[in-house]
Write a protein that binds this ligand. Structure first.
Ligand SMILES: NC(=[NH2+])NCCC[C@H](N)C(=O)O
Length: 299
């Protein structure tokens, strides 16, 4: 059995302030899941905490590009150093965010090592970029576009490694059926998308097994799984910055995660976006932890 290593990446640099003068609470995700004893329940190795820089958007205004960009760039490299170490050691690395921008740290780490894919399990594809929007700013809604080389070079071309991921190596699961514009762009780019409707029609387990197998192709070294908690239906996961209705239930998410995380080609998992500030009694966080633990352990 491979070691499971848990690394905290408590960065909220990629989201807008939830209210003026406040910062996003998703940096508390890691603490909340640890409080649910995720480390002990996974029998995981302690991977420590990669401490992020201060959240300070300064005098950023709409039109200025991605906010917190210098801090995001620095953090992506530091987080990549930590993840790279564990991937090279053959560990299965579980990164507790944080917002979705922490996924850039994983993508940079994997690009340093070889050619890896990304399975993004998310309500929305986080694919905003200057080519499809005037509203670029929050990297947590843009990280897959950035990782595939779209957007400002201070984030997309770290260490001269643009793109960290190739379009053809990305797969999306759980995108809402009503995101028609986004789905059309991804279809043009030939990036496979399984919407919530597709997951129900074809079966989560079958789709996930096929995705895992698709990375066994020559030239590929493996893949990473990115989980944005907002892929879940707001009924069971209301504690996210932008809840989108008609999402997955926990059973469907578990059926997606199991074959992916069980694959020897899977290098790791990022868990992002759950915001304990929006979950005062902790129920949603406890259920999220249960599903992640179940996906990584044999029942
Ligand atoms: N859950 C997320 N990925 N949030 C990131 C940003 C979401 C927000 N709708 C935006 O695009 O700005």
């Amino acid at each position: 059995m491979r070691n499971i290593v848990v690394v905290d990446a408590p960065s909220n640099l990629g989201l807008r302030p939830p209210a003026p003068g406040t910062v996003p609470g998703c940096h508390k995700l890691a603490g909340a899941l640890r409080e649910q004893r995720i480390l002990q329940r996974l029998n995981a190795v302690e991977g420590g905490v990669v401490v992020p820089p201060r959240y300070d958007r300064g005098d950023w205004r709409e039109g200025d590009g991605v906010f917190n960009a210098a801090a995001l760039a620095a953090y992506t490299r530091t987080l990549a150093d930590r993840i790279e170490h564990h991937v090279r050691a053959g560990d299965l690395t579980v990164v507790l965010g944080g917002d979705c921008s922490v996924q850039l740290g994983a993508s940079l780490a994997l690009r340093r090592i070889g050619r890896y894919g990304l399975v993004a399990i998310d309500a929305s594809p986080d694919f905003r970029h200057p080519g499809n929007s005037d509203g670029v700013g929050a990297a947590g809604g843009e990280e897959v576009a950035l990782a595939t080389g779209r957007g400002q070079a201070d984030l997309t071309d770290l260490e001269g490694l643009r793109p960290y991921l190739r379009d053809e190596d990305v797969r999306f699961f759980g995108i809402r059926d009503y995101f028609e514009e986004e789905r059309a762009e991804l279809a043009d780019l030939k990036i496979p998308v399984a919407t919530v409707g597709d997951v129900r029609a074809e079966g989560a387990g079958a789709l996930a097994r096929a995705a895992a197998l698709s990375y066994a192709a020559p030239g590929l070294d493996g893949f990473w799984v990115h989980l944005d908690a907002d892929v879940l239906d707001p009924d069971v996961m209301p504690a996210v910055d932008s809840p989108d209705p008609d999402g997955l239930d926990h059973g469907e998410l578990l059926d997606l995660l199991r074959p992916l995380l069980g694959s020897p080609l899977c290098a790791g998992l990022t868990v992002t976006i759950y915001d304990p500030d929006l979950d005062p009694d902790g129920t949603a966080g406890a259920l999220l932890t249960d599903t992640v633990v179940a996906a990584l352990t044999r029942s």
